[in-house]
Design a protein around this ligand. Structure first.
Ligand code: IMP
Length: 438
């Protein structure tokens, strides 16, 4: 079997969905293994744009099985809306998607907790979550006492369990707010969840056994990461991170596949950097150039609509996450967004307290003090969205990609110049040498 992973190397929103959709046809299964409705994966096919939150981007390829595995946290109404919207547009979801009964469920109390705690500063600044209940749901998963898994919705004792949890959560919510509106009603929640359970039933199954059977019988598996490695709970810019392992190290834990089956990793990065929410961002551009990148790249959140913070490409950060995720090659996205700039800068190292640093700091306060050491490269100032072959890119665009590759220490195997499947190039034979046909 061959297990290929697509991992975001920055703070999320690297256009992983586009790449997964492109590669899907060569795989038997596409697997989503962490995160939840905080993710927003956009796939553009012709004049159709699909926005997916839980469902793997492989769903748009008939004949590929899509798995949502135990590491994902599910928001049932959002998931059902996604399913309905795909069905309305003629996408076959019914026979090619299975959701793990082990996956945890985001419940109304998680949404309320996220809302009430969002303004509480962590390390002096609000995390600025997506308000999708992700942190509270993962907190209850690890805490166990108040956790709800998808399989629990089908058990006779579910109403009793909800009653107990709601009692405890109402006490917690009352301590966080003096607004009586936040009081939850367990009977109403049970009624609502009975409806979700009924509708989701055809999709629920044991993805762990399915995946292990597939791996052992030589099937080709594609793992689709959500968010980006810098948001990884253990290895990212803690505490300004999400609550799951969003770097390459999360694939096995979230999906239930042993490490020996993972043999190829594609790291996805934008040709610049973006970040949504709080936390340090050494190459951030709070000026006209940053606004230009935001406008040209439509850098507004797929899930929340928030404007994304924009900045230069940070090679210190991406070198770190490419190593952490075991990346074989880079997929460089949104190159076209930089086309109008006369000069482009790239961060090759940091200066912290007067010392040049080439490694990514572990502590958020050290990262806050990091000043980017920037190199300036000439821009190409030519429209490139119609370019279809890597050799036809302007020399300065290729020079920019080569420098990124040198600084990160990985070859560039994919270059994207627009949202459509057709706006993608594959330099040299890097991807095919990895056994991934394009
Ligand atoms: P949460 O995952 O909603 O708890 O948010 C934690 C942090 O991760 C916030 O800074 C979010 O903006 C960020 N985040 C979560 N999901 C995504 C994503 O899919 N793309 C970009 N940022 C994200």
């Amino acid at each position: 079997m061959s297990g290929t992973c697509v991992i975001g190397l920055q703070w999320g929103d690297e256009a992983k969905g586009k790449l997964v959709d492109l590669l899907t046809a060569q795989f038997d299964m596409v697997v989503r293994y962490q995160g939840g409705a905080n993710a927003g994966h956009t796939v553009v096919i012709g004049d159709q744009t699909y926005k997916l939150h839980h469902i793997p981007s492989g769903i748009l390829n008939e004949g590929v099985m899509n798995l949502v595995t135990p590491g994902v946290v599910l928001n049932p109404p959002t998931l059902l809306k996604e399913i309905d919207s795909l069905l309305e547009r003629g996408v076959n979801v019914s026979s090619n998607m299975i959701i793990s009964e082990r996956a945890h469920v985001v419940c109304p109390w998680h949404l309320a907790e996220d809302r009430l705690l969002n303004d509480t500063p962590a390390a002096g600044e609000s995390i600025g979550t997506t308000l999708r209940g992700i942190g509270p749901c993962y907190r209850d998963k690890v805490g166990r006492t108040y956790a709800v898994r998808l399989g629990d919705l089908y058990r006779d004792n579910f109403p009793e369990r909800v009653r107990e949890i709601v009692e405890a959560k109402n006490r917690l919510l009352a301590s966080l707010s003096d607004d009586s509106e936040v009081k939850l009603d367990h009977e109403e929640i049970c009624r609502e969840f009975a409806g979700y359970a009924e509708r989701l039933k055809p999709f629920v199954g044991d993805t762990t056994t399915l995946l292990l059977d597939a791996a052992e019988s030589g099937k080709r598996l594609l793992f689709e990461g959500a968010q980006g490695a810098l948001l990884d709970i253990d290895h990212g810019t803690f505490p300004f991170v999400t609550s799951s392992n969003s770097s390459g190290v999360g694939v096995c834990a979230g999906s239930g596949v042993p490490p020996k089956w993972i043999n190829k990793v594609i790291g996805v990065a934008k040709c610049y950097s973006t970040r949504v929410g709080g936390g340090p961002f050494p190459t951030e551009l709070e000026n006209e150039t940053g606004q230009h990148i935001r406008d040209k790249g439509h850098e507004y959140g797929t899930t929340t609509g928030r404007p994304r913070r924009c900045g230069w490409f940070d090679a210190v950060a991406v070198r770190y996450t490419a190593r952490l995720s075991g990346v074989d090659c880079l997929s460089m996205m949104m190159l076209d967004v930089l086309s109008e700039l006369p000069e482009i800068q790239v961060c090759r190292a940091y200066e912290i307290d007067g010392v040049e640093v080439n490694t990514f700091p572990a502590h958020v306060e050290d990262l806050r003090r990091a000043k980017p050491i920037l190199e300036t490269l000439p821009g190409w100032q030519k429209e490139i969205t119609e370019v279809r072959s890597y050799d036809d890119l302007p020399e300065n665009a290729k020079g920019y990609l080569n420098r990124i590759s040198e600084l990160v220490g990985r070859p560039v195997g994919v270059v994207s110049v627009g949202p459509d499947r057709a706006q993608t190039m594959f330099p040299g034979t890097i991807l095919s040498d990895m056994g991934v046909q394009v």
